[in-house]
Design a protein around this ligand. Structure first.
Ligand SMILES: [Zn+2]
Ligand SMILES: [Zn+2]
Length: 1014
C-alpha cells in the first residue's frame, strides 16, 4: 500500500499523553470543575428540568477524627448513586451534614486538653472554655473531611451542610421531643442504665451494643447461709462480686428441681441438673443428694446477708419482708452455674424489675464516679469494680467462699473510652420507645435493604424494643429542654428559643446560645405557682441529634418534599446507630408506622490487607487523605466498588490498586487515545459521520454491528446491577466490556481497516470511528459514577474536541438507555462461534509453536451445520483473526491416514467444534512471518522514539540479517513499509552504509539493527 508522506500528524493535538497518568489528570479535572462550577450547574439544571426528585439526607460524620478509607468507601457509594441518579434526570438534595456534639467529640477534646475525667474537666477547664474548644476541634476535623471529599471527587453540596450544634438545628430537633412529650413518650424514670465510670454518663442500649470486647473478670462460687437453719446454704455464682454490696434477694426458677447436696457437715442448695458437673468443677469428691424440691417451694426462704455488720443501710432494708429472701422468677437460667442467682436491683435490669414488682426500695449507693456512697457503710469511697477483691476477701474470711478463679468473657466496654460499663439504677430521661415497638418494626419492614443478612440483623435488634435513655450527664450537647419548678415540681418542655428568652427572668447575654452553660442560666417563671423553674441538667444523646436530621436539617417545605428519602447508605454498625434512631424518631414525630427512608444499604466494615479490623491501637488505620495523596482517586473509587460486595467487609490492600483496577482504567484511556489519534487523522466528524450515515453508505461491517449489540447488553446489565447495589458485579460488567469485548476482541477485528490511509477506504474507517465513538462514549457515561475524573477528562479531551456542541460536562449528559434496535442476538451467537474457532486455532498454533503473527496456509473446521453457517458468514474475519489464507468446512472429521499427514495437521477441539491447522510453511509463508516479526520490532522502536502511530516515517533501515533472511524478506518489503507506516524499508549489509541512529536488538539469535529517518 502506498503511504503519502504529506500526512504528518498535527503534533499540537497531543491531548492524551502516552501513558495514563491519573494523578495529573485528576488535578486538571478538579480545577475544571471548580472553575466552571460544574457541581453547582448540575444541581441547578436538575432542579430546573423538574423530571422528578429523590430525597436524601446525609448521615453526618462525627467530627472527632479524620476520615479513613472505610469512610471514603461509604462516601464513594453515596456519590455513585448521586451521579447516576442525576444523569437519569432526578434532582437529589445531595447536601452535606456534620455531627458535632456528644461524647465522641468531648472525649477527643479531653484528650487534646489532657484532662483525665469529667471532674477534672469541670474544675480545670470549665464549661465555657470547653464548649469553645469543642467547636474548634469540630472545625479542625471538618477541614479533613472536606479535603477528603475534594480529593475523592464527591459531588456533595457543602454550602448547604447542616451542623447539629447550631441553634436552628437544635430547635428543630426539640420538635421531636415535644411530640414525644405530648404523647407521653418522654419522661423521667428511675431505671437501670449502662453507665461509663470514665465518661460519667449513662449510655443508651444501642451504644452498649457497639463495644463488646473480651475481658477478664473474677468468677466465684460462694455460699449464702439459710437463716435459722444449721449448716444450710444456697450456692451462688457471680462475675461481679461488688454487686454483693447491693444484694437484696436470691432468685430460683419456680418449675425446676432443686437439690440439697450434703457436702461434709453442710447442705448446699442448687439446681438438680447442675449438681454433677458442678461438683466436678469444684473438685468436691464426697457429696450426696439428700433431698430434691421444686423451685417454687423455696419462695420466701430467708437467708443471712453476709455484710449486715458493715452496711447499716442493709440492716434497715432487711426489715422489708421480701429483702434477703428467695423469690421465684422465670428468667432464671438453670442450664449454667447453680441455678440460684443473687439479685442486686441497683445494678441489674431484671433484678430491678423484680424489686419494683415486690415493692422493694431502690438501693443504688453510688455517686457519679461509681464510687460507693455513705449508704454502703464500710464500702463507702471505693470505686465499684475496686470493691471486687474486697468482697472476695470478706467472703473468704467468713468461710463463705467456695472457689475463685478468673474468667474471660465478652463484656461491654464504653464505645468511646473503652472502660468497663457498670449497670446502675439512675434517674434519667427516657423515650419510652418500647411502647411503640410494633409500629417501629412495622415501619422497618417496609424498607428495602438489598441484602438479607443486614436486614435480619437490623430487624432483630429493633424487636428488642427497649426504652431509650436519651439523657446524658455531659456538657457539649443539645440541651434537654425540660424545666422544673423548684417550688411546686411542675415540669414543662419548652421547645422554642424565642419562648425561652421571652419567659426568662433576665435578659440573656449577647453571646447566648442553646448550650450549657448559657442555657442553664435561664430561669423561667412557673405558670402554676409563679416559682422559679430550672432546667434539668442533662444534654441529649448524640444519636438523638443525628436521628433528628430528616426534620431538623430541612425547612418544613423541604421536609414535606424530600422525606421519606429515597436511599441511604451507611456502615453495618449503624443498625444500632443512625438507622435505628432515624426510625424511632420518625415514628415518634409522625405517629405512623412509616420509615423515613425507602431503602437502606448497610456497608461492610473496612479491614486491613490481612483481614484485621482497622484500629488506632493496631496502627493499621489507613487515612483517606494520606492514601489519596499518592493514589489516584479514580483507581481508589473503582477498587472499593469492584473488590467485593458492598455488604462484605473489604480487606484494603493498597498494592492491589495498581494491578487490575489500574489496568482496566488504563485500557479505557488507551482505547480513547487510539480512537482520537486515528479519528483526527481522518478528520472524523461525529456530527456528520453518524451510525445512520454509515448504514446509508453501507460501510458498517458485522464486527461493528456485533460491538453495538454487545454494548446494549452491557448498558442493560450494568444499570440493573446499580439498581440492586451490586456494585462489584456492575464493575465487572464494565471491566469485561472494555478489556475483553472492545480492546481484546473488537480492535483486532478492525485494525487492518484502519491501517490503510487510502482515500477509497476512508468511509470504512469513518464507520469504525462512528462505532467506536458511540461505544466508548456510552462507556464513559456508564463509568462516570464510578470514575468521574477519568470520564470528565476523556469527555473534554476526546468528545468535546471532536464535537464542540456537546454539553459542558460529562455530568450534564443523560444516562444511556438500551437501544433494542441495535441488539442482535443471532449475530452475537455467530460471533461467539467465531471466537471459539479462533481460540482453537490459537491453541493449535501454541501446540505447534507457531506464533500468531506468522501466516499459515490452511485451516479445516469440523462443525455442525449451524456453526458452519455462522462461520461462513464471518469468514473474512475468521481468516484475518486466525491469520490463515484459507478455510474449509466439514461435517465430520476425516481421520488423517499417513504419518506425514499426522505431523502436518495439528488438531484441537472444544465441544462440537474441531480445528485442524495446516502447520506446513513454504518460503513465502516463512518470509511473510519474518517480515511481521521484524515489523513488530520496528513498531516498538517507533513508540520508543515517541512517534505518533499516525506519523509517517521516511525510511526504515535494517542491518544484520543473513543471506537467507534477505531472500525470504525481499518480496514483502513493500507490505512491511505499509505496516510500519514508512515510505520505504531498506535492507543493508552493514550499518556503516547509512549514517543514522542505530538501535540493536537480538533476533533469532542474531544481532539485528534498525534505524529510522524522518
Ligand atoms: Zn466512656
Ligand atoms: Zn411551680
Amino acid at each position: 500500500m502506498k503511504v503519502a508522506a504529506k500526512f504528518k500528524a498535527d503534533t499540537s493535538k497531543r491531548w492524551l499523553t502516552q501513558d495514563y497518568r491519573p494523578l495529573e489528570l485528576e488535578q486538571q479535572v478538579r480545577q475544571f470543575w471548580e472553575k466552571n462550577k460544574v457541581r453547582e450547574k448540575l444541581e441547578q439544571m436538575k432542579l430546573a428540568e423538574n423530571k422528578g426528585l429523590l430525597g436524601f439526607v446525609e448521615g453526618p460524620p462525627t467530627l472527632n477524627g479524620v476520615p479513613h478509607v472505610g469512610h471514603a468507601r461509604g462516601r464513594v457509594m453515596k456519590d455513585v448513586r448521586y451521579r447516576w441518579k442525576s444523569m437519569q434526570g432526578f434532582y437529589v438534595p445531595f447536601w452535606a451534614g456534620w455531627d458535632c456534639q456528644g461524647l465522641p467529640v468531648e472525649l477527643e477534646v479531653e484528650r487534646q486538653l489532657n484532662v483525665r475525667n469529667k471532674r477534672d474537666l469541670l474544675e480545670k477547664v470549665g464549661e465555657e472554655r470547653f464548649v469553645a474548644e469543642c467547636k474548634k476541634t469540630v472545625m479542625q476535623y471538618h477541614k479533613e473531611w472536606f479535603d477528603a471529599d475534594e480529593k475523592l471527587g464527591v459531588f456533595m453540596n457543602h454550602a448547604k451542610a447542616y451542623w447539629t450544634y447550631l441553634d436552628e438545628y437544635i430547635e428543630r430537633e426539640w420538635q421531636y421531643l415535644k411530640r414525644a412529650w405530648e404523647q407521653g413518650l418522654l419522661g423521667e424514670g428511675y431505671y437501670i442504665v449502662a453507665y461509663c465510670p470514665h465518661c460519667q454518663t449513662s449510655l443508651s442500649n444501642a451504644e452498649v451494643g457497639l463495644g463488646y470486647e473480651e475481658v477478664e473478670d473474677p468468677s466465684l462460687y460462694f455460699k449464702l447461709k439459710v437463716k435459722d437453719a444449721e449448716d444450710e446454704y444456697f450456692l451462688v455464682w457471680t462475675t461481679m462480686p461488688f454487686t454483693l454490696v447491693t444484694d437484696l434477694m436470691l432468685a430460683v426458677h419456680p418449675d425446676a428441681d432443686y437439690a440439697k447436696v450434703r457436702v461434709g457437715r453442710e447442705t448446699w442448695t442448687m439446681v438438680k441438673q447442675r449438681v454433677e458437673p458442678l461438683m466436678q468443677e469444684l473438685k468436691v469428691k464426697d457429696w450426696k443428694v439428700v433431698d430434691v424440691v421444686l423451685g417454687k417451694t423455696l419462695e420466701g426462704v430467708k437467708y443471712e446477708y453476709p455484710f449486715l455488720d458493715m452496711v447499716l443501710k442493709q440492716r434497715e432494708l432487711d426489715q422489708h419482708p421480701a429483702v434477703h429472701t428467695v423469690v421465684t422468677e422465670d428468667f432464671v437460667d438453670v442450664t449454667t452455674a447453680t441455678g440460684v442467682v443473687h439479685l442486686a436491683p441497683g445494678n441489674g435490669e431484671d433484678d430491678f424489675k423484680v424489686a419494683q414488682r415486690r415493692g422493694v426500695p431502690v438501693y443504688a449507693p453510688f455517686d457519679d464516679e461509681v464510687k460507693f456512697t455513705e449508704d454502703a457503710g464500710g464500702f463507702a469511697g471505693l470505686f465499684a469494680r475496686d470493691a471486687d477483691p474486697v468482697v472476695v476477701d470478706l467472703l473468704r474470711k467468713k468461710s463463705l467462699l467456695v472457689s475463685e478463679k478468673a474468667v474471660t468473657h465478652e463484656y461491654p466496654l464504653c464505645w468511646r473510652s473503652h472502660h468497663k460499663l457498670v449497670w446502675l439504677a439512675r434517674r434519667e430521661y427516657f423515650l419510652w420507645t418500647d411502647k411503640l415497638n410494633s409500629r417501629v418494626v412495622e415501619a422497618a419492614e417496609k424498607v428495602h435493604y438489598f441484602f438479607e443478612s443486614p436486614k435480619n440483623r437490623f430487624l432483630s435488634f429493633l424487636r428488642e424494643g427497649k426504652p431509650w435513655c436519651v439523657s446524658r450527664e455531659r456538657v457539649w450537647g443539645a440541651p434537654l429542654p425540660v424545666w422544673v419548678c423548684q417550688n411546686c415540681g411542675n415540669k414543662e418542655l419548652v421547645a422554642s428559643k424565642r419562648e425561652l428568652l421571652e419567659r426568662a427572668d433576665a435578659s440573656p447575654p449577647p453571646d447566648f446560645e442553646l448550650h450549657k452553660p448559657w442555657v442553664d442560666r435561664l430561669v423561667l417563671k412557673c405558670r402554676g405557682c409563679g416559682g422559679s423553674m430550672k432546667r434539668e441538667p442533662f444534654v441529649l444523646d448524640t444519636w438523638h441529634n443525628s436521628g433528628a436530621s430528616p426534620y431538623a436539617r430541612f425547612t418544613d417545605k423541604e421536609f414535606k418534599t424530600f422525606v421519606p428519602v429515597d436511599f441511604l447508605t451507611e456502615g453495618i454498625d449503624q443498625t444500632r446507630g443512625w438507622a435505628n434512631t432515624l426510625l424511632l424518631e420518625y415514628v415518634i414525630l409522625t405517629g405512623g408506622a412509616e420509615p423515613p427512608y425507602k431503602a437502606f444499604l448497610f456497608q461492610g466494615l473496612a479491614q486491613d490487607a490481612k483481614g484485621r479490623k482497622m484500629s488506632k491501637s493496631l496502627g493499621n488505620m489507613l487515612e483517606a487523605n494520606t492514601v489519596l495523596q499518592n493514589h489516584s482517586a479514580d483507581v481508589f473509587r473503582f477498587y472499593t466498588l469492584w473488590k467485593c460486595s458492598p455488604v462484605d467487609a473489604i480487606n484494603f490492600d493498597l498494592q492491589e490498586l495498581s494491578r487490575r483496577p489500574y489496568q482496566v482504567l488504563g485500557t479505557l484511556y488507551h482505547l480513547h487515545r487510539f480512537l482520537l489519534q486515528n479519528a483526527q487523522y481522518d478528520h472524523f466528524d461525529p456530527k456528520q459521520h453518524t451510525l445512520k450515515w454509515a448504514r446509508k453508505n453501507k460501510v458498517l461491517k458485522p464486527a461493528d454491528r456485533w460491538l453495538l449489540s454487545k454494548l446494549q447488553q452491557a448498558v442493560g446489565a450494568y444499570t440493573a446491577k446499580l439498581e440492586t447495589c451490586e456494585f462489584n458485579f456492575a464493575a465487572e460488567e464494565l471491566e469485561t466490556f472494555v478489556v475483553d469485548t472492545v480492546s481484546r476482541e473488537y480492535v483486532p477485528m478492525v485494525r487492518r481497516d484502519l491501517w490503510s490511509d487510502d482515500s477509497e477506504t476512508l468511509n470504512r474507517r469513518l464507520a469504525v470511528y462512528a462505532t467506536l465513538c458511540q461505544t466508548l462514549k456510552t462507556v464513559v457515561l456508564l463509568f462516570n459514577p464510578f470514575t468521574p475524573f477519568l470520564c470528565e477528562f476523556l469527555y473534554q479531551n476526546v468528545y468535546r474536541v471532536l464535537n464542540n456542541t456537546l454539553p459542558e460536562s460529562v455530568n450534564l449528559e443523560n444516562w444511556p438507555a438500551v437501544d433494542d434496535a441495535l441488539r442482535n442476538l443471532e449475530l452475537e451467537q455467530d460471533f461467539a462461534t467465531l471466537q471459539r474457532a479462533v481460540a482453537l486455532t490459537f491453541s493449535a498454533r501454541q501446540a505447534a509453536q507457531l506464533k500468531r503473527r506468522w501466516p499459515l496456509q490452511k485451516v479445516v473446521l469440523v462443525a455442525p451445520k449451524n456453526h458452519q453457517k455462522s462461520l461462513r458468514s464471518l469468514e473474512d474475519l475468521f481468516l484475518e483473526l486466525a491469520n490463515v489464507k484459507s478455510v474449509r468446512y466439514f461435517d465430520k472429521l476425516r481421520v488423517p491416514h499417513t504419518d506425514s499427514e499426522v505431523r502436518r495437521w495439528k488438531a484441537t477441539s472444544d465441544g462440537d467444534l474441531r480445528v485442524l491447522l495446516d502447520t506446513r510453511r513454504d518460503s513465502s509463508l516463512l518470509g511473510e512471518g519474518l517480515m511481521r516479526d521484524l515489523a513488530r520490532r520496528v513498531q516498538a522502536l517507533r513508540k520508543e522514539l515517541g512517534f505518533m502511530p499516525t506519523e509517517v516515517l521516511e525510511v526504515v533501515y535494517l542491518a544484520g540479517l543473513d543471506e537467507e533472511m534477505f531472500g525470504l524478506l525481499e518480496p514483502f518489503l513493500g507490505e512491511m513499509a505499509g505496516l510500519v507506516r514508512a515510505g520505504e524499508v531498506r535492507l543493508v549489509r552493514d550499518r556503516s552504509e547509512v549514517t543514522a541512529q542505530w538501535r540493536e536488538f537480538s533476533f533469532d539469535g542474531k544481532r539485528v539493527s534498525a534505524a529510522i529517518t524522518q
